[in-house]
Ligand binder design. Structure first.
Ligand code: MD3
Ligand code: FE
Length: 229
């Protein structure tokens, strides 16, 4: 069994420590940041958000193809490549608000990510994207640049482990750094890393701890500041 804790999975071969690490300036990985109870509570909330007021869906890319990842948004609705108040590609409703507990979690994420008690001051994410990956889903290398603000992005992972690829700010190619993101892991992307290319080449099906309440797949939540009115 692969155990998502600070000692990593036994499939590491050895018990490699999983400790906080800055993989690039402003890009910090904090393994096992969320406890199992917190993860389970978040999974339950995500199940509700997936149903409505705007249903979770695979977004359609401008070329006509659908993303393999399914997404439901809070605060603002995102579709490639813009934010809108109403979900015009998904029934036309207004998405749920970003709850206060999530804003608070985002602030604490910056404090713990940057080891700076003031890092969360003034951070008020006005949108969150909840992505669901089934066993086959992946996300190609891209930049998140539909936001007009450069505040950090806070990323939380729950469920199956994934291979996360963090690239550079110039183009979608090498050099990049591959990192395994496990259930409960926090990643913060700020400063010079905010507009770096990144993607998810694959998930590792069957690696999730069923105690999260997610029996299959992977959830990723990203909190962002859109800079929109
Ligand atoms: C680096 N999600 O929703 S989270 C996305 O796991 C997205 O679902 C991936 O990329 C996922 O746009 C990766 C890590 C992440 C999120 C946003 C970033 C890394 C980032 C924004 C800027 C730089
Ligand atoms: Fe992204």
């Amino acid at each position: 069994m692969k155990v998502p804790n600070r000692l990593g999975g036994i499939m590491n071969g050895m018990l490699l420590p999983r400790e906080r690490s800055e993989i690039a300036p402003g890009a910090v990985h904090v393994p096992a940041w969320l406890g199992i109870e917190r993860q389970r509570a978040i999974v339950e909330e995500c199940r509700r958000w997936a149903v409505g007021p705007v249903p979770m869906r695979s977004a359609r890319l401008p070329g006509g193809r659908q993303m393999s990842v399914k997404t439901v948004c809070l605060g603002w609705h995102w579709q490639p490549y813009k934010y809108t108040r109403t979900a015009d590609d998904a029934g036309g409703g207004r998405v749920a608000q970003v709850p206060d507990w999530m804003i608070e979690l985002g602030r604490q994420a910056l404090v713990d990510g940057y080891l700076d008690p003031a890092a969360g001051d003034g951070y008020t994410p006005d949108t969150a994207l909840i992505n669901y990956y089934d066993d086959a889903a992946k996300m190609g290398m891209h930049q998140d640049k539909d936001e007009k603000a450069s505040d950090p992005v806070v990323s939380l992972s729950i469920g199956d482990t994934c291979l996360f690829r963090f690239g550079n700010t110039e183009n979608r190619n090498k050099p990049y750094t591959d990192v395994e993101l496990m259930s409960g892991d926090l990643f913060v992307f700020g400063g010079p890393s905010r507009f770096a290319y990144h993607g998810v080449p694959k998930t590792l099906p069957g690696t999730a701890d069923p105690q999260t309440g997610l029996s299959q797949g992977r959830i990723n939540i990203t909190m962002r500041v859109t800079g929109m009115e």
